[in-house]
Write a protein that binds this ligand. Structure first.
Ligand SMILES: Cc1cc2nc3c(=O)[nH]c(=O)nc-3n(C[C@H](O)[C@H](O)[C@H](O)COP(=O)(O)OP(=O)(O)OC[C@H]3O[C@@H](n4cnc5c(N)ncnc54)[C@H](O)[C@@H]3O)c2cc1C
Length: 324
């Protein structure tokens, strides 16, 4: 049966936005062909979340509810997805290209003996084959790729690029029984860094600081602006290498790839390795005292000025708007 299967990522039972975006895109793509869309949800104590995926386009959800799947296991999760694929026989399997999706998609592809298209930012159908567009060379160019006719096509979709669409509906829930789960390395505990901060990889708004911040103490100002906007705090590698902020905040080629609705770059020059991580942001605002800084070439709005004057002024304005 032709159709699209979507891997659903959850953490502590809460479903990740990137997976809902992938499911929404599957629904849009399948609609043109009249294909069915199913989802596969591994975890522990997560069955209650399954039927609700119908609102995002899944007509059926394969659930693997097992204590050994409470925390991500590459082996266990790959087995679950492969099992669901065996039952649903999809033409394509979508993942969100989160850290988990980037690890899992190639594992599933290897199990099924097919290729994987990673971190795609555009999808088209050529007949019954997906043709994907993905950034290469740090975002300087795009490659158009397919899987040379092999099915199912395993595809990971960059988070925040494909729109999330919520409708109505309830999915049929199918329990995946009889899993052998040959997990050789079991994750016992997951220790989260950063105490509940918004992850830049998932944030809708990011306020990022670079070497122009001059020191770690000045990141408090960015944090204040970020909190007011409900944003995450990002950073350039220069700021991370200087020890001003943890690497988990780094945006770029050797950091995280982000695609927020709004990216505010503060005291960041716009080196190609930084642009590689945030170039697909929908709206980019740059604050820099150097009018020739390369960041202005990609910025939708630029403020040429001293960030130590501009950021406090912005904070005051946002406070006024929020108080009104
Ligand atoms: C293999 C490799 C991988 C890399 N990976 C990454 C990566 O993942 N992410 C990344 O970011 N970089 C990465 N880099 C580093 C990258 O090349 C740059 O060195 C880095 O991005 C520069 O950071 P920056 O823009 O904060 O600093 P700078 O380039 O020093 O820019 C600082 C900016 O702040 C402005 N400024 C200074 N003071 C003020 C002020 N008071 N008000 C307003 N503006 C001010 C300056 O005009 C300047 O434009 C990588 C490099 C290599 C070689």
């Amino acid at each position: 049966m032709a159709g699209i299967l979507v891997f659903i990522e959850q953490r502590d039972g809460s479903i990740r936005k990137g997976s809902l975006q992938a499911l929404s895109e599957a629904k849009r793509q399948a609609a043109a062909k009249g294909w069915p869309v199913a989802a596969v949800l591994p975890g522990s104590g997560i069955s209650g979340e399954a039927a609700g995926l119908g609102a995002y386009g899944a007509s059926k959800v394969y659930v693997a509810d097992d204590a050994n799947l409470a925390l991500y296991s590459g082996e266990g999760y790959a087995e679950v997805v492969a099992k669901a694929a065996g039952q649903f026989e999809p033409d394509a399997i979508f993942f969100s290209a989160t850290a988990m999706g980037r690890d899992l998609a190639p594992r599933v592809a290897a199990r099924l003996g097919v290729g994987a298209l990673a971190d795609v930012t555009g999808l088209d159908l050529d007949g019954d084959q997906f043709v994907a567009r993905r950034p290469v060379y740090s975002g300087k160019a795009f490659a158009v790729v397919d899987t040379a006719g092999k099915k199912p096509q395993v595809i990971s979709l960059r988070p925040n690029v494909f729109a999330l669409e919520q409708g109505e509906g309830t999915a049929e829930v199918v329990n995946l029984d009889g899993l052998s789960l040959s997990i050789r390395a079991l994750v016992k505990e997951f220790v989260e860094k950063g105490g509940g901060e918004i992850d830049v990889a998932e944030a809708e708004i990011i306020v990022s600081g670079g070497r122009g911040m001059k020191g770690p103490e000045n990141f408090a100002m960015l944090k204040e602006l970020a909190d007011l906007l409900g944003a995450a705090v990002g950073a350039s590698r220069a700021a991370v290498d200087a020890g001003w902020i943890d690497h988990s905040h780094q945006v770029g080629q050797t950091g995280k790839v982000v695609s927020p609705t709004l990216y505010i770059a503060v005291g960041i020059s716009g080196a190609i390795q930084h642009l590689a991580g945030m170039g697909s942001s929908k709206v980019i605002v740059a604050i820099n005292k150097d009018p020739d800084a390369p960041i202005f070439k990609v910025a939708d709005y630029g403020i040429v000025g001293d960030l130590f004057e501009v950021v406090p002024a912005l904070i005051e304005e946002v406070k006024k708007i929020k108080a009104a």
